[in-house]
Design a protein around this ligand. Structure first.
Ligand code: ADP
Ligand code: MG
Length: 281
């Protein structure tokens, strides 16, 4: 796994319906944040404060106007999403509707296989063929896009399905799953590739309150088991306070405070944080 470092990130968009062509609106201001190796960091703040934009930038789906993003010792600012070794779960899960659960989870693994360059295939150590678990950590980056056989893909899918209680659902299409099940498939698809960094953007917003409470602890347990560096975005204070090792509170494109749940509660840095977290006056 790896730490993630955000260094003076700024982002502006062309103004929607702006009067002149050059009008831009600044949505992120001087974001500095370090997420430790294996940490569960929650990014919390009101709707529109820039959480998704920042997360999409870490995934490579959005470019920063200025600033740098590091994963471990590697500056990934200019890298396309596929080369970042980062997985993301979206609010709407974005499952492939025509693929069953098995193939949804296997999809990313198959794409990795297709990404193997011929010259690298011959250089792959034999034991790579045996299974996918832990592979990405054990070998240099050029071998990450390894030659996964259908057998090793099957092993990995089964391992993930077991971890997320999806074993009995592998043949179902997304339309025949409940909201909670779809969400677990989305998580499974993301972790199957053993990414270094795991990003989640409001992954529970489509679940009802009871299921959300259950899922909170499931996600935290999964993260603990995998020890994967995680950034979790939510606008929900309770989610933030119960899930995060640390919490970064955002407002209007700026980070207001980064602290543990207890520190935030007892020592909010300003009125906004106190009000948002709900610290009694
Ligand atoms: P959050 O996830 O915290 O709700 P977002 O990151 O989605 O916030 O949005 C932050 C701000 O950036 C909002 O004001 C939003 O309207 C604006 N924004 C997001 N994406 C774009 C875009 N592609 N073009 C213009 N403005 C955008
Ligand atoms: Mg958002």
């Amino acid at each position: 796994m790896a730490k993630v470092t955000l260094q003076d990130i700024n982002k502006s968009f062309p103004q929607r319906g702006g009067k002149s062509k050059g009008d831009r609106v600044k949505v992120l201001h001087h974001i500095d944040l370090e997420i430790k190796d294996g940490e569960f960091m929650v990014l919390v703040g009101p709707s529109g404060c820039g959480k998704s934009t920042l997360l999409r930038m870490i995934a490579g789906l959005e470019t920063a106007t200025s600033g740098n993003i590091w994963v471990g010792e590697e500056n990934v600012t200019q890298l396309p999403p596929k080369q970042r070794d980062i997985a993301m779960v979206f609010q709407n899960y974005a499952l492939y509707p025509h693929l069953n659960v098995y193939d949804n989870i296997a999809f990313g693994l198959r794409r990795m296989t297709q990404g193997v360059k011929e010259e690298n295939k011959s250089a792959l150590p034999g034991k790579l063929e045996k299974g996918l678990t832990g592979l990405t950590r054990a070998f240099p980056k050029e071998f990450r896009y390894h030659s996964a056989t259908e057998t090793s893909i099957k092993q990995k899918v089964q391992q993930v399905a077991q971890l997320l209680q999806l074993e009995s659902l592998l043949n179902r299409l997304p339309k025949d799953l409940s909201g909670g099940q779809k969400q677990r498939v989305a998580l499974g698809r993301a972790i199957a590739r053993n990414p270094q960094v795991f990003l989640m953007d409001e992954p529970m917003s489509n679940l009802d309150a009871t299921l959300r409470a259950e899922t909170r602890s499931q996600i935290v347990q999964l993260q603990r088991k995998l020890g994967i560096t995680t950034i979790y975005v939510t606008h929900d204070q309770i989610e933030a306070m119960t899930m995060g090792d640390r919490i970064a509170v955002m407002n209007q494109g700026q980070i207001q405070q980064v602290a543990s749940p207890l520190e935030l509660y007892h020592h909010p840095a300003n009125c906004f944080v106190a009000g948002f977290i709900g610290t009694p006056p």
